[in-house]
Design a protein around this ligand. Structure first.
Ligand SMILES: *Cc1c(COP(=O)(O)O)cnc(C)c1O
Length: 420
């Protein structure tokens, strides 16, 4: 199946007389006939659902759809994008380990890596993703266990050279985890470029209508946890699962089964069945929406580029953009719907501009059907120091524009009157 068909046809497979549309299994638990069978469920010997913190039929269908879109062996839905990232890294790491992340990442993820993980005994080194390979290679240590980056960074809009990062990670026997929230699998599939694990804030384009917070982890099944470095967490016997080894028991799906059976069990940040249902409705139009977001964004970026009151424009689809070459390699079908601009007049100019837009709304969100604006320095990235802001690619005059799927003429007219 092509991607657009997968958006609609994968996941829920109704049998004779079943509902046409994915049903919401709004139930915490499931009924069984014998005690022995339930015991075997706890031993992971059957794949039935028995408690919604671990799995649920509605969520499973959506997980299978997203896994099919990314080309993975399995997926796990979580209550938020942040819990997806947290579980994705902690499924590999423990106190005493080290990881490498690019510094151009989502503000929440930056806080998680720079403040919260160190409290748990995990050391994180931030690197400049555009640095030469030798420079990045120097950041690896004997206890480095993974590398993390974002395909299109929110909000810096830098495009990651995924192949380069995968080469660096793999030559040091480490997996590469990619946050693919902005492109979605419609515009980029990181597994095709060597990434091992993908995470998403489904909150954004996958949902697409700003209905429900959510996240997902997808496992490519390609990383060999037995080669090179020691990934004892995944290969050795798990005392909290009476001595089961995930790699021995589940082969290529070891990582994603462990994320569910161990960390989702212990942390409980499961997605709600209702939210899975809403996400599935969003996914059915993802291929159409990503095309429209991308074409609207390119036209709006070209308008900004030509406007005298705009100091600079970042959009990886613009020919003059620093990341144009990388975007043509990794995102040839569209560069997604987020633009950042520097409005003349510094921080004050940016704030005045934002308060003048009418169709575009001032919301703390990005990547849904409606056009919106946000001022990272005083909103999402408020906790960061000026030095950290610069490392994340954020300046005081930056306005992040999330281009919706309205008619582009109306969108441009709104920004034109605001700039005037
Ligand atoms: C929003 C976002 C997240 C966090 O997702 P939540 O659902 O808000 O927890 C992570 N990564 C990126 C790129 C995001 O845009």
């Amino acid at each position: 199946m092509k991607l657009g068909t997968k958006c609609i046809q994968t996941g829920w497979q109704p049998k004779n007389g079943d509902p046409r549309v994915l049903p919401i299994y709004q139930s915490t638990t499931f009924k069984f006939d014998t005690v022995d069978y339930v015991g075997e469920l706890f031993d992971l010997k059957h794949s039935d659902h028995f408690y919604t913190r671990l799995s649920n039929p509605t969520l499973e269908c959506v997980e299978n759809k997203i896994s099919a879109l990314e080309g993975g062996v399995g997926a796990l839905l979580t209550s938020a994008g942040m819990s997806a990232t947290f579980i994705a890294v902690m499924n590999i790491l423990e106190a005493g380990d080290h990881m490498i992340s690019t510094s151009c990442i989502y503000g929440g993820t930056y806080n998680l890596f720079s403040v919260t993980l160190p409290k748990m005994g995990v050391e994180v080194t931030f690197i400049d993703q555009d640095a030469p390979e030798e420079e990045i290679a120097a950041a690896f240590k004997p206890n480095t266990k993974l590398v993390f980056g974002e395909t299109i960074a929110n909000p810096a809009l830098s495009v990651l050279d995924i192949e380069k990062m995968a080469r660096l990670a793999h030559s040091h026997d480490c997996p590469l985890i990619i946050d693919n929230t902005f492109p979605t699998p419609i515009l980029c599939r990181p597994f095709e470029w060597g990434a091992d694990i993908v995470v998403h804030a489904t909150t954004k384009y996958m949902d697409g209508h700003a209905l429900a917070i959510g996240g997902v982890i997808v496992d490519s099944g390609n990383f060999d946890w037995n080669s090179g470095r020691k990934f004892a967490n995944i290969t050795d016997k798990d005392p909290s699962y009476h001595g089961l080894s995930y790699t021995e028991a589940f082969g290529k799906a070891a990582y994603i089964v462990k994320a569910r059976a161990q960390l989702m069990r212990d942390l409980g940040c499961q997605a709600a069945p209702m939210n899975g249902f809403l996400l599935n409705v969003g996914l059915e139009t993802l291929h159409l929406r990503m095309k429209q977001h991308s074409s609207n964004a390119l036209q709006l970026a070209e308008f900004f580029e030509a406007h005298p009151k705009v100091e600079w424009v970042n959009y990886p689809g613009l020919k003059n953009d620093k990341y144009y070459a990388l975007s043509q390699k990794y995102l040839p079908d569209g560069q997604s719907g987020v633009i950042s601009i520097g409005v003349k007049g510094g921080r004050e100019g940016a704030v005045r501009f934002m308060e003048k837009v009418k169709l575009a709304a001032l919301v703390v969100h990005v990547a849904d059907a409606r056009t919106s604006v946000l001022h990272p320095a005083s909103e999402t990235h408020r906790q960061l120091s000026d030095k950290q802001l610069t490392e994340c690619g954020i300046s005081p005059e930056m306005v992040r524009v999330s281009v919706g799927i309205e008619d582009i003429e109306d969108i441009i007219a709104d920004f034109e009157q605001a700039l005037d």
